[in-house]
Structures are given as structure tokens and as C-alpha cells.
Design a protein around this ligand. Sequence first.
Ligand code: MEV
Length: 317
Amino acid sequence: MLKTAMGQSHAKIIFFGEHSVVYGQPAICLPVSKIKTSVTITAVNTGQTIQSRYFTGKLSAMPDSQTGIQLLIRTILTELKQEATPFAMQIESAIPAERGMGSSAATAIAIIRAFFHFFEEPLSHSELLRLADVSEQYIHGNPSGLDAATTSSRFPIWFVRGRRPQTIPIKQNAFLVIADTGILGQTGLAVQYVKNRLAQDPQAELAIEHLGQNAKQARICLANGDANTLGHLMNDTQKNLAMLGVSHPLIDQYIKLALDSGALGAKLTGGGMGGCLIVLVNNQTHAQKIATVLQQNGAVQTWTEPLRSLKHKGDQR
Ligand code: MEV
């Protein structure tokens, strides 16, 4: 066991395929490695304590809102036969919570990595995802697993539920602006809402298939540099997500502002019903202009991300 150990992870955005991924359609997800979560575990003489933006105190006294994380920590300690080992854990995260950027999955990934490092145990990627599912199941009910897969991946991924994620190539000079509405997203509620829609409305099933088709076409556009078609696909995806009932008036308003300011495409990202949107633009100057417009209209935070910085695994030397 080490004296101190750290585990890290980062934010994610879903480029294409939120909600439809729950029903077996493919999704394209991008890591946002500059927005990080870090967990530090330190050996102490007594107690098992957590310090985070939500809670500071004993593991055993975590509030109901933190039950998923408490369950995850207990599962790790049991599996590593370290139930009674004292530790002090500090969780620091720059990922805004409940905005569709993978905050809960990133916390789980960083906690698992930190514990395995602390106890000097090997950790395979499939074990990492299996354990992350413990808290994700508790928090989201029926997660596809894509949040954990992306917050633990350095590369853009093509994700189909139940299959091993694949890294995909991106040959694009375009930029993305990510904007936070400041409204808490409601992934669990949104997933349930879509499930109810599917039970009642045949159009919803068509929308899910359409979202999957858009993800397939987007994969081709990402590989061949076709930013204009990518933008159209984002707009069409947003229409289908709105039809499923998971957009939000503020998301719609910001999307209109972005498109009126010359963006190639825009859509919500993640579970929706609040949270963040993503906007595709041709270059950095335009990205900054759109970020400023959105901020002037109340977006609480924006990030710009060059798509070309998101390297495919095979591109690494
Ligand atoms: C949440 O980030 C993405 C959803 O597709 C749910 C999931 O995949 O588990 C809405």
C-alpha cells in the first residue's frame, strides 16, 4: 500500500447518439481532457473519510445523494479485501455536475483508479468499466455505459452498448464550442421520459433509428473532413432529440443564437432537459465569437475544443 495515490479522469461530450445508444444504436463520444477530475487517497491512522464539493466527513455518514459513490467505494474495498483500511480521500472536479458532461462517471473512474493505485493492484480496462457501472447503475438506472467508457478514454470513441468501444479517426479542422446553460440536466428523468414515449408513440421509434443513422453518417464525415454535412447532421439530430422531448427552452434559444451567428450546426449533448449544448464552427475565431455571444446571453461557462486535437489511437507516435 502506498502513502498517497492519485486517480484521474476527464469530462466527456456525446457528439452523436445520446438516448438512441440506450436502444442499441451507435454513439460518437469525445473526451474533453482539459476538464479534469482528480482523486487523491492518503494513508491515515484511523477512519475512512471523504472530502468533496458535496460532502466532507465519514464514508459511513455520506448523505443519500452520495449513495452511489458510497456503494462504489464499499464495493472496491470489499473486492480488494480492504474493508477496514483507514484512508482519507479528496475528490476535486472541474466538471460541472449534472450537465451531461459525465461528472458522475468521471468521479467513479477517478476513485477506482486511485484505489487500485493506492493498494498497488493491477486494473484492467474492463474491470474499470465493470466497477464504474456500480455507481452509474445506482445514479442513472439503466446506463448504456458510454459515460464511463468516454471519461476513461483518451481517444474519441464509437460506442455500441454491450460491445467493446472502438477508437475512431477524426480528420477535421473545425472547432466545437461547448456551452453550459447552468440548468441542471436530468439524465435519469430524460431516459425514463424517452422510454415512456417509445411505449406510446411509434414516431419515437423512428426518431431513435434516425439518430443512429445520423451517428453512422457523422462517423464518415469526421473521417473525411466534411464539416458542413456534420453540421447538418447535428441540426437534424437536435430536431429528433427535441421531438423525443429531451431538449429545454434555453438549449433551443442558445442553439438559435449560435446558428444565427453562422454556426455549422448545434445540438444538446448528454441526457438533456438542461445541461450543455455543443456548437460546430469552421475556425477558432468563429468559435470565440460564438462563445462570447452565448456568454453575453447567460451561458454560465463555455469551452472551445479543436476537433483535430482529438487524436485517433493509431495517430499516436
Ligand atoms: C447520458 O450521458 C447519455 C444517455 O444516452 C444515457 C446513457 O447512455 O446511459 C442519455
